[in-house]
Design a protein around this ligand. Sequence first.
Ligand code: PEP
Ligand code: MN
Length: 346
Amino acid sequence: MIVSMKRFATKAEIDSVCERIRDFGYKIHAIEGEERVVIGVVGVGDVTACLESLEAMDCVEKAMRISAPYKFVSKEFRTGKTVIKIGSDVDIGGDDLVVMAGPCSVESEKQIMESAYAVAKSGAKVLRGGAFKPRTSPYDFQGMAEEGLKLLAKAREATGLAIVTEIMSDGEVDLVAEYTDIMQVGARNMQNFALLKSLGRCGRPVMLKRGLSSTIKELLMSAEYIVAHGNPNVILCERGIRTFETITRNTCDIVAVPVLNELTHLPIVIDPSHATGKRSLVPPLCRAAVAIGADGLIVEAHPCPERAISDGAQSLHLEEFDRMMRDIAGYVKLWKESRAAMAATV
Ligand code: PEP
Ligand code: MN
């Protein structure tokens, strides 16, 4: 932390600031300039409380953190990528781009099985499907709950795909963990801190989606909750944020990928379906995501999107998903070459 005093602050004022800093348990390194004094603050303590207390003092111009408030997820903690093992043959953050795909919601055995066989054949490694659905309206379909989880497990058994499904409350962690390989925290729950803490204790890999109006820093702070509570296996997901634009459902903050790659060692996936809300925009956004260095994609695909109970407009037909996978193959090849080149230089 660095504290910049107002110009021409008196010695008494500087002493009072130093005393306040020491009260928080920190040590002080003061640097005297021509017009102002800058105080370097080091040590371990409650940074937020200390910053707030200093900024409330009239003689303080500004108090700033210098090291990231998120520690375990930051590049300062680990420079190489975290590779998250899902089952025995899927690595997220490793040297293969991982595609997760499937319907928005699990609707029936026929629907999830058909989806699973098709996306596996096209090259997906993880099957998505919501059994607990966070719907804006309480009157909309809320998901098949445990019955849906059982169908996902059945699809895994039949196809070998790993499973990602949403967990909405800390009371359901044990139940969902019994069936799934990756616990998805939806955008609406990104700051459900009780849930994040439970997922920290649970240890099962978590895919944390960026909140509807959350900053990148808030996303990292939420990831920090999970890691600080004992679970290092966190995958971040950019799924579009709210802006003034209305043509797309959300605005995909695609630059979040390289920004996050600079700030954190955690893997990052893009969800082009919720980011755009429109099936025609999904393949071009998938190409962009691969080109910009995402570690994976999570794509909604359905045997009959016209009849889907949720998010049909943004779901690819299974044949379109297959075409999209072939379409991105050239980009994936370049992606692999650039990963290998990067690995060789570190
Ligand atoms: C979903 O993946 O089905 C979902 C509800 O996504 P989000 O939380 O990003 O809206
Ligand atoms: Mn959806």
